[in-house]
Design a protein around this ligand. Structure first.
Ligand code: NI
Length: 137
């Protein structure tokens, strides 16, 4: 049997401001647009976690998705949902909260706790049409 890719999708809402302190407000506005609004603004994010592996003979599972749901909640969602990503989240401290950087941080939060199969990708949607994917390499 080949590799099977299993997915868990979840939603969270959070605010952020994209900002480079080395630039002026006007330069930040030009670079980051609405995402650099001085008082922040919100997004309704979706995250998709993909775990890859060979289904175990006994269970037929690559990983029990209940475990993925729990790890995702404990290590990521509960720390970011309805939070200000610039100031409220320990693992994003000092990080400009672009979709790219949040996806990498989510990977680092989750990967050590995926103990069956292997974490294959994190896909993070900032809007319906703008999303990134990180595969850890
Ligand atoms: Ni934004």
């Amino acid at each position: 049997m080949g590799t099977v890719y299993v997915y868990r999708r979840a939603h969270f809402s959070a605010s952020h401001r994209l900002f480079d302190p080395a630039l002026t407000n006007d330069q930040n506005d030009e670079l980051f647009g609405g995402c650099s609004n001085p008082n922040g603004h919100g997004h309704n994010y979706f995250i998709e976690v993909c775990v890859a592996g060979i289904p175990a003979a006994a269970t037929g599972f690559v990983i029990d998705l209940k475990k993925v749901k729990q790890v995702l909640a404990d290590r990521f969602l509960n720390k970011v949902d309805h939070k200000n990503l610039n100031v409220d989240v320990d693992f994003l401290s000092g990080i400009n909260p672009t979709t790219e950087n949040i996806a990498v941080a989510a990977w680092n939060q989750i990967e050590p706790f995926i103990t069956e199969g292997k974490l294959y990708s994190i896909r993070l949607y900032e809007t319906e049409n703008n999303f990134v994917e990180y595969k850890g390499v």
